[in-house]
Design a protein around this ligand. Sequence first.
Ligand SMILES: Cc1cc2nc3c(=O)[nH]c(=O)nc-3n(C[C@H](O)[C@H](O)[C@H](O)COP(=O)(O)OP(=O)(O)OC[C@H]3O[C@@H](n4cnc5c(N)ncnc54)[C@H](O)[C@@H]3O)c2cc1C
Length: 529
Amino acid sequence: MATEYDYVIVGAGSAGCVLANRLSQDRTTEVCLIEAGPRASSIFIRMPAALTIPIESSTYNWKYASGPEPNLDGRRVGQARGRGLGGSSAINGMVFVRGHPKDYDGWAEFGIEGWSFADCLPYFKRLETYHGPGHPLRGTDGPVSVTESRGDHAFYQRFLEAGTAWGLSQAADYNADDQAGTHLTQATIRDGIRCSAAEAYLKPIRDRKNLTIRTGVFVERVMFQGNRAIGVACSSASGNEAVRASKEVVLSTGTIASPQLLMVSGVGPRVHLREHGIDAVVHLPGVGENLQDHVVAPLRYRCDKPVSVKAQLGLLGRARLGVEWLLFKKGLGASNFFEVGAFFDSGTGADYVNLQHEFLPFLADFQDGKVVLGDGFQYFVSQMRPFSRGTIRLVSADPRVHPSIIFNYLDDPRDITEMIAGIKLTREMARQRPWDAFRDASLDTALDGASDSDIALWLRANANTEHHPVGTCRMGSDPLAVTDNAGLVHETEGLRVVDGSILPNIPTANVQAPIMMVAERIADLMTRT
Ligand SMILES: Cc1cc2nc3c(=O)[nH]c(=O)nc-3n(C[C@H](O)[C@H](O)[C@H](O)COP(=O)(O)OP(=O)(O)OC[C@H]3O[C@@H](n4cnc5c(N)ncnc54)[C@H](O)[C@@H]3O)c2cc1C
C-alpha cells in the first residue's frame, strides 16, 4: 500500500467524506482518507428510528464529556461525537437545516471573505437532492438525500396546531423560504435509510482507484518539516506508521479532535503547549478557543392516554417496526422521531429568529447511558446564537487522552435572558387548546408559577447540549483566527482544517448541513486552484 498521497484527509465525518469524494474526482489526484473508527455499516446506523443505539455504543461514539460546567451547577455534560465512516452524521438526529441567510452574511460582515449567503447557497444546493416540492433555491441532484417528514402522528399535528393557535405561521420550506414558524422537519433520510455522509459521498465511489479509505487507524499527530506539514503519524492494530502527503494534510476530525490534534502536533498557544512538554511549531493562540454550542432545555408533559409513540414501542410494536422496516423500509423504523419543529423569536431584541423547537412524540430520559421511554410529549427549546464561549485544552500530550472541554454554557447573561424567554413561550404554546385532550401534567412542576430567577436556577440544573459544537479553529485574519477563509492553518504550509471547528459563529441551524456546505465550498476552491 502506498504511503504517500497528494492529500491525506484525517477523519471520515460530515466534512471528511465530502472532501474525499470531491478531491478524488480528478483521477490523477491520489487521496487517502484515514478514519479511527470502523466502517459503520450496522443496521442500527442505517435504521433512522434506532438512533439511540449507536449513541449508546463506544464503538461508534467517542463519548466525550464537558465540564465541570461552571454555570450548570458544575455538572459534566456528555458530548457524543461519531466514530467511524460518516462520523457524527452516522449517529446524529438527521435533522436537516441550512440556517438563516443572515447567519452567513454575518460571517462575511465579520471579515470572512467569500462566505456571504450568496456565496454559500450554490454549495447548499450542490450537496443535496431535495425530495420535496421543487424550489429554485433547492438542489436536485446532490449526494445527500433530504426528505420532508410526514408528521402524521396525532402529537405532531397537535404541535403544529398549538403553534398556530399561539400565533406562529407554518413555514412552507424553512430551508428556502422564511425560516420562522412551525414546520415539518426535513431529514437526511433516503428511502427509509439514514443518508449519512459516508452513504452519500463514499458509497457511490468506493471503486475509485485513486481514493484509499483506511478505517481503524488513529492519527496521533501531524508531522512537520519546519512549518510544512508532510504527513501524519498513525497507529492501528498492525502497528505504527507514517502516511505522507505531498500536497496537503487536511484535518477533518471535528470541533473537539481537530484543535487537540493541532495542539499535540505543536500548533497552538505556546505557553499551554509547554505545560505539556510540547515544543510549538507555530504559536497560534486561538487554537481551542471560541467553542460554541446550542444549549437545550427539555419541557416534558405526561399524557395518560395511550396515544404517544411510546404506546407503539412495546415488545410487539418493536417487532412490527423491525419487520416493516426490514421488508419495506417504511413505518416507524424509517422515522427519526423529530418530525416537526419550529423557529421563533424570543422577543428580547434579536435581529431574527433565535430559538428553535425540536419535539418528540413521547418522553425519553437518558438514565445510566440508556434511554427510558414514557407516555407523553416533549418540547426541546434551544438558543440558536449563544453569546457564551468556551475552550478546549489539552489534559495530556497523549492524543488518546480526551481533552478538557468547557463550553461555559449560559455564561453570558444574554443567553440566560433568551432561554428564560424560550421556556416561558414554550410553556404558553403547550397550554394551547389543541393539547387540552392530551396534556395531563407538566413534569417540570418546578416551573409552575416560577419567577425568572427560579427559571434561571432550573436551567442551570437541567440545560444540556444539542451536540452542535463548532468554532475551535475558526476562520479569520485576526490574531485569534486559526485558519484563513479557505481553512489553511495560519503560519503553516500544507495544512488545512475543514470541519465544524472552522465555523466562525454557530448558525441558526443543526450544524451538519452548514458543515457539509463549508466542505463543499472549500473542496471547490481546492480543485479550482
Ligand atoms: C448525537 C448527535 C446528534 C446530532 N444531531 C444532529 C442533527 O439532527 N442534525 C444536524 O444537522 N446535526 C446534528 N448533530 C451534529 C452534526 O452531526 C455534527 O456537528 C457534524 O456531523 C460534525 O461534522 P464534522 O465533520 O465536523 O465532524 P465529525 O462528523 O464528528 O467527523 C470527525 C471524524 O473524525 C474521526 N476522528 C477523530 N479523531 C481522529 C483521529 N485522531 N484519527 C482518525 N480519525 C479521527 C472521527 O471518528 C469522526 O469520524 C448531532 C451530533 C450528535 C453527536
